[in-house]
Design a protein around this ligand. Structure first.
Ligand code: ZN
Length: 432
């Protein structure tokens, strides 16, 4: 099913025309309303009148996550606070959250985009969908929720955490669709198997996102649950889930490009690359009012095609992600930067700045172990002291990252020192 044929199937020329009109309007809007953009455009010698169409977008400077952090909390908002109806936030590189705000129109656009994505998974108003993303500051829960309501589906707002209740309700309610992270869905499939419920479920589709996953994981999910699993993409800075999703042909993720203009650039030279070539994904939110972003660098590595898809949609498609151009990890759906661990450990005087993060996946749930080197002055065999220190670090890490980690204390000089750029992460999950 195509939710909005007019927007999803328009010709390239019509789309370019629409994007041009919207970009021209957006640039004037941010120049008039956001001091940050006014200054930055002045520095680059670009005036709003220089932007006459989408082809002029390369004249505009990039925006990064650091810009959001530096203007914390509301410095990039373009709409007055009285027009903002909701806030979401995600973690930043040094622990300070990046905050985004939505006007009512932004919420409506978001719901529309999520509805389009769910339609790509053939979810309709006749479906019962369990939303098992976290509800709260994270965009996953409420984003999927409002989109599913827009579709007219029956929404069961499960949030995360109680797998037995979720699987029981999945059976009792006859849920036909679920929105959650792919690793959580794999975990749920094991709970269903262990509870002997696998042959009683009516599930037919899953809309999975908020973390990278592989084709192998998709096959695993589809086989175990006898469903089709779709890849939904989004990030809170741009909107949340619903920026793009794959249709039943799984030939890349269709971008809602009437709202989010995509570019692929070489992360080193910052020059645009051709269709099909790998590069960093950049978005301009051409209709957003609350916190519009111009040429926002997502750091996600992918390629793009503008060819029409077999499903009939003409929207540009991005391929599965091939990695990131920075060191961000997504652990249990939470964005984690090694720099956050570093910043947290500075406040613990008993340890050195040497640490190693080991990420793995057990029973389809992400695990994080942090090995921390104890300062020689504090290194003692006394078990009691060690336990106390482990607890102290665990608390500090939990506060900094928003997720728990297993702390392993290491003796002085026991962690390998690297020449050149220090390696702080071993990711055994092989997600790219
Ligand atoms: Zn398609």
């Amino acid at each position: 099913m195509i939710w909005n044929e007019k927007m999803e199937c328009m010709s390239r020329d019509e789309m370019t025309q629409l994007q041009s009109e919207r970009l021209v309007k957006l640039v004037k809007y941010v120049y008039d309303n956001v001091e940050f953009y006014r200054k930055r455009m002045d520095e680059h010698g670009v005036k709003p009148s220089d932007i006459k169409g989408i082809e002029d977008i390369t004249k505009l400077p990039y925006t990064t996550k650091d810009d959001l952090r530096d203007t914390y909390p509301f410095g990039l908002f373009a709409a007055p606070h009285s027009d903002i109806v909701r806030i979401h936030a995600s973690s930043g590189t040094t622990g300070k959250a990046t905050v985004v705000g939505y006007t009512q129109n932004d919420i409506d656009v978001w719901s529309e985009c999520v509805a389009r994505c769910m339609s790509m998974a053939d979810v309709t108003k006749d479906d019962i969908i369990q939303v098992a993303y976290g509800y709260g500051l994270f965009t996953g829960g409420l984003g999927a929720h409002y989109g599913a309501e827009k579709l007219g589906a029956m929404v069961v707002p499960m949030s995360t955490g109680n797998s037995k209740k979720l699987t029981t309700m999945m059976v009792d309610f006859g849920a036909t669709a679920i929105a959650c992270t792919p690793s959580y869905l794999l975990h749920l499939s094991e709970v269903l198997r262990d509870e002997g419920l696998l042959d009683q479920i009516k599930l037919k589709a899953a809309i999975c996102g908020a973390e990278p996953w592989t084709e192998k994981m998709r096959t695993e999910i589809e086989t175990r649950l006898n469903i089709t699993a779709h890849d939904i993409y989004g990030l809170s800075e741009i909107m949340g889930p619903g920026v793009a999703c794959d249709c039943k042909y799984h030939a890349g993720l269709h971008i809602c490009e009437d709202h989010f203009y995509p570019e692929i650039i070489d992360p080193k030279t910052l020059e645009p690359v051709a269709d099909g070539e790998l590069g960093e994904l950049v978005f301009t939110t051409i209709t957003k009012e609350g916190i519009p972003l111009i040429r926002y660098r997502t750091k996600d590595l992918t390629s793009i095609t503008h060819k029409k898809c077999e499903c009939g949609r003409t929207s540009a498609r991005i391929s599965r992600f091939k990695g990131r151009s920075d060191d961000m990890l997504i652990i249990r759906g939470v964005n984690v930067f090694p720099s956050q661990v570093e910043a947290a450990l500075i406040n613990v005087e008993e340890v050195t700045p040497h640490y190693m993060m080991i990420v793995d996946r057990e029973n389809n749930l992400d695990t994080l172990e942090i090995q921390v080197e104890v300062d020689v002055k504090y290194y003692t065999d006394e078990v009691k002291g060690i336990e106390k220190l482990t607890k102290k670090i665990a608390t500090v890490i939990q506060q900094a990252l928003g997720i728990s980690a297993k702390i392993r204390l290491m003796g002085p000089n026991s962690l390998k020192r690297s020449e050149g750029k220090a390696v702080h992460v071993i990711d055994n999950r092989k997600l790219y």
